[in-house]
Unconditional design. Structure first.
Length: 178
């Protein structure tokens, strides 16, 4: 009977080991299932956040579409002139092309705002005395050729001769690159 008892003991030991192994496997499976559920919840939350961010991006794009269109229209005008000498040369060319009589000219760079998108500008003080029509047409061509300029001073008065006008003009042209 001793062999019989040994076999029963061995069988009980194998059954106990199998129960322990099954229980360990069930516990690790349960832990992995819980981790998977937690990962699924986190994935769903991240997906919802991504969808919310996409909706916010589309809303922002819709709100700023007009501003971006305006920016894209004006961007080439600001990019053409990068330095004060280029702006000065362009204004001199416009005076030459307009064939107006220039009495005096003075160019000076000015600081607009320190932390601004446009930190500097070139201020051109021009005094023109010429025929009324030619001077005003030249002023229109100046504004057309430099649409990003700002006329800060424009004084028209009667010129020395019959149909002449005396035009005192101060123009500021923004400079993006220095």
């Amino acid at each position: 009977m001793k062999n019989h008892q040994s076999a029963c003991f061995l069988l009980l030991f194998v059954i106990g080991a199998m129960l322990y192994g099954v229980n360990s496997l069930r516990n690790s499976t349960s832990a992995q299932r819980d981790a998977m559920q937690k990962a699924l919840v986190e994935t769903e939350a991240a997906t919802q956040k991504a969808q919310l961010a996409q909706i916010q991006l589309k809303t922002l794009e819709a709100k700023t579409a007009e501003l971006r269109d305006i920016y894209n229209q004006w961007k080439p005008h600001f990019e053409t002139l990068h330095s004060a000498p280029e702006v000065e040369q362009r204004i001199v060319e416009l005076i030459r092309e307009g064939k107006v009589f220039l009495v005096s000219q003075k160019f000076q760079p000015i600081d607009v705002e320190k932390d601004s998108l446009i930190p500097q500008a070139l201020s051109a003080d021009l005094v023109v005395e010429d025929d009324y029509t030619r001077a005003l047409n030249w002023l229109g061509r100046l504004e057309e050729s430099l649409p990003n300029c700002r006329i800060t001073k424009c004084v028209l008065s009667r010129g020395d001769r019959g149909n002449d006008i005396h035009l005192v003009l101060q123009v500021q042209v923004p400079i993006l690159g220095s």
